[in-house]
Design a protein around this ligand. Structure first.
Ligand code: NAD
Length: 504
């Protein structure tokens, strides 16, 4: 356990074990022996070395996953038995919450209070899908008078490639791994190169849970090489991807030759609309949390906040106070609310958008990063005031702690502006006029809209976006029926129906 006790318990940043690939039940170096450095966003020092998988490693992992699917017991196991493994994974994650949360914060700079919650949600992903498979995953039957019954069965696909981002790595990995395994598929996970640590913790947990060899594999490495080889591999039946819109588009193109099924969870630029009759204090809490939690690196963040002109000044004053008061600091400190961004490149990208905002005419208001944490990739919490929806900072995903504030006057105007963007992941509407709340929620072009709430989600709902924010839905039974299994129809004759007698 990476915890140092000195009076009060204090989590420290330190170098951790190197990370290997996990193929066919073994932790192994990359075939070509390559490795890359994994950097801590708070110190910008090396956390560890990570085995760099390439095409040969992907080939081995896919071969193991294929063998485990075709010859192994996994897909054919009795459901209750397979679910014992899935529930065991959940229990083992729960036992390791502290360690996993620590590694996640070390790797990503996400505050420890948030990674603890995400880890416990990750365990729930496994329990949830164990329940779903046992209760919901069944076929339908279609009786055709007294002549036939047609019925469906839902089968796993085979080896599936899962490609995940760095912003909430463990949660998002388990979000895919849990339904993929619970439905009887085998898996090759390619985690983001910037956040490899907790993926290997998942491999350790799965190893400890005793899953058969080859059912779950991890190949670390870079997108174009390891990810690209996984997408192109003919034995991989489907790719579930979460990440940037441009990457999603490349993956769809590259999966065309092998006709893969794909699921795309992509970027966002989500609106939060506050009408003048809203509960302003609650709307304020939600708006601040929605953009500054996860260090602003949240796909569903409310990066565009539309304020009705009658409440704008009051709301902006309160936003300014919140931005000054946010606790910015060491991700290992339980009081920290905003940590450093994932890496230098992303840090520079987010900072460049703040310069663009100034050039575009926004008033920029920022919190203050304490001097003692300046070694980290800290971008202060930032408000872009007097923003206009057609500015680049309102159209492009910044993916940092940066909120653009836009004034509006009428419902029609705000709906038009909210929708005038290429993305369509989430939306948030604040009003106490319920008719208006529903009207606006239905008009906002997004996969998910909340009325008078922040992003709180029942695991049963369809998760995903429209427009450039994604194709397809995961979550709940959508993951089971629409992605991780496919239906087969069996037609049964139960009488002596007419058969044409050609050539008799
Ligand atoms: P990214 O697209 O850069 O990388 C995501 C993953 O794709 C990584 O594992 C990367 O190695 C891999 N990859 C990159 N190029 C590839 C290629 N050519 N072939 C195969 N794999 C490739 O995204 P990121 O920067 O890690 O994550 C941030 C993005 O993710 C943001 O746009 C955010 O909105 C989005 N996101 C979306 C959701 C959602 O559910 N819609 C959730 C979280 C994050």
């Amino acid at each position: 356990m990476q915890v140092q006790t000195s009076g009060e318990q204090k989590l420290i940043h330190k170098r951790v074990d190197d990370v290997k690939l996990y193929i066919n039940g073994q932790f192994t170096d990359a075939a070509e022996g390559a490795a890359f450095e994994n950097i801590n966003p708070f110190t910008n020092e090396v956390n560890n070395l990570v085995a760099e998988g390439r095409a040969e490693d992907i080939n081995q992992a896919v071969a193991a996953a294929r063998k485990a699917f075709e010859e192994g017991p996994w897909g054919r196991m009795k459901v209750a038995e397979r679910m014992k493994y899935i529930n065991r994974i959940a229990d083992l994650i729960d036992e390791e919450i502290e360690e996993i949360a620590y590694l996640e914060s070390l790797d990503t700079g996400l505050p420890i209070s948030q990674t603890r919650k995400m880890t416990s949600r990750a365990a729930e992903n496994f329990r949830f899908y164990a329940r779903m498979v046992q209760t919901v995953l069944h076929g339908e039957s279609y009786p055709m008078d007294d002549e036939f019954i047609n019925y469906t069965v839902y089968n796993p696909l085979g080896p599936i490639g899962l490609i995940t981002p760095w912003n909430a790595p463990f949660m998002l990995e388990t979000w895919k791994v849990a339904p993929a395994l619970a439905t009887g598929n085998t898996v090759i996970l390619k985690p983001a190169e910037l956040s490899p640590l907790t993926a290997n913790k998942l491999a350790e947990v799965i190893h400890k849970a005793g899953l058969p060899e080859g059912v779950f594999n991890i190949v670390h490495g870079f997108g174009e090489t390891a990810g690209g080889a996984l997408v192109a591999h003919p034995d991989v039946k489907a790719i579930s991807f979460t990440g940037e819109t441009t990457t999603g588009s490349i993956i769809i193109k590259n999966s065309a030759d092998t006709l893969k099924k794909t699921s795309m969870e992509l970027g966002g630029k989500s609106p939060l609309i506050v009408f003048e009759d809203a509960d302003l204090d609650r709307a304020l809490d939600a708006a601040v949390w929605g953009i500054f939690s996860f260090n602003g690196e949240r796909c569903t963040s409310n990066s565009r906040v539309f304020l009705h002109k009658n409440i704008k000044d009051e709301f902006v004053e309160k936003l300014k106070q919140r931005v000054q008061n946010l606790k910015i600091g060491d991700p290992m400190d339980t009081k920290t609310q905003l940590g450093p961004l994932i890496g230098k490149e992303h840090f520079n990208k987010v900072k460049s958008y703040i310069e663009i905002a100034k050039e575009e005419g926004c008033e920029v208001v920022q919190g203050i990063v304490p001097e003692e944490v300046k070694a980290g990739n800290f971008v202060p919490p930032t408000l872009l005031l007097n923003a206009k929806n057609d500015m680049r900072v309102c159209q492009e995903e910044i993916f940092g702690p940066v909120m653009a504030v836009i004034e509006f006057e009428t419902e029609e105007e705000v709906i038009e502006a909210a929708n005038n963007v290429r993305y369509g992941l989430a939306g948030f509407v604040w009003t106490n006029d319920m008719k208006r709340g529903h009207r606006v929620a239905q008009a906002v072009e997004a996969g998910m809209v909340w009325i008078n709430a922040q992003n709180v989600r029942d695991l049963r709902i369809p998760f995903g976006g429209t427009k450039a924010s994604g194709i397809g839905r995961e979550g709940g039974h959508y993951a089971l029926f629409e992605f991780y299994t496919e239906p087969k129809v069996i037609h049964v004759a139960i009488g002596d129906h007419h058969i044409p007698q050609f050539g008799k």
